[in-house]
Design a protein around this ligand. Sequence first.
Ligand code: SF4
Length: 339
Amino acid sequence: MKKIKDFTLEELKEELKALGEKPFRAEQIFHWIYVEKVKSFDEMTNLSISLREKLEQEYTLSNFNIIKKQESQDGTKKYLFDVLDGNAIETVLMEYHHGKTICVSSQIGCKMGCKFCASTGIAFVRSLTAGEIVEQIIAVEQDIQDKISNIVFMGIGEPLDNYENVIKAIRILNHSKGLNIGARHISVSTSGLVPKIYDLVKENIPCTLSISLHATNNEKRSSMMPVNNAYPIEELIQACKDYIAATNRRISFEYALAKDNNDNLEDAKALVKLLKGMLCHVNLIPINKIENGSFTKSTNENIIKFRDYLNDHGIVATIRRELGSDIDAACGQLRRKNL
Ligand code: SF4
């Protein structure tokens, strides 16, 4: 059965035409799904009963079930969703002063094998469809009865390894007749799939590109992130410079500080040298300890020194607030779960 949330509005119009219906019906359905957030075709009361029956036969709304919901002391919520095929994924909701931010997963498992990530060591199962990405936002909005203002693709999976579905999900999320979440409020993170960064330039979507950098030389980065063997730092930074030149958009570099690994002054100096002159921002992340992980969190003193060195040398850097670490919802702590 086809998943109706996998279609953009334009595609849905084609689907409706194929059913012998007028294209405006697609707009009505889109409204019911993304604005009213109904959970069944039966609730789409301005459609004829016969159309509702046809939809029921051909499509599924694939509403996720919440298997578990945990709430952190800081208000962060972690959802474990049943994706209806025997697998489960995690989605995190965080409260910032500028609104509610959701961290979505893009795949079930991940192939990238970053050493500091809890998803590592868990077999990759499959990529999520566009509708399954979108459903994470809808299911959370249904649960909290409120609107999400920002989306970050930083949950389980490498978003650019599921390129087509992630781009389609962004177009659905961004549509003015749907959830209407501005592209500028959407961040896509990558471990550094260079060819896909060039593809992203051509999409002309003004979302934020976020690069998981974490080290300034190939030896160290490859030891933390195997993807660096395929796309070394020089190629990655060149792709970022080309991205900025083509889009005039600021890139966000993620740098997870691990004690005695990449958190000393020499690393900060090398980072300044690498990023000097680029339209960018550095997000420093106090690395979170994970089960079987070989990295430990940097001291607060080192984190602050590192930030100050960057800021004093022309690189805008901030320390990311640690949210949800008591429920393993912080960066690098999400993992795929079997049902
Ligand atoms: S950090 Fe992201 S890209 Fe790396 S293994 Fe974890 S989920 Fe995959």
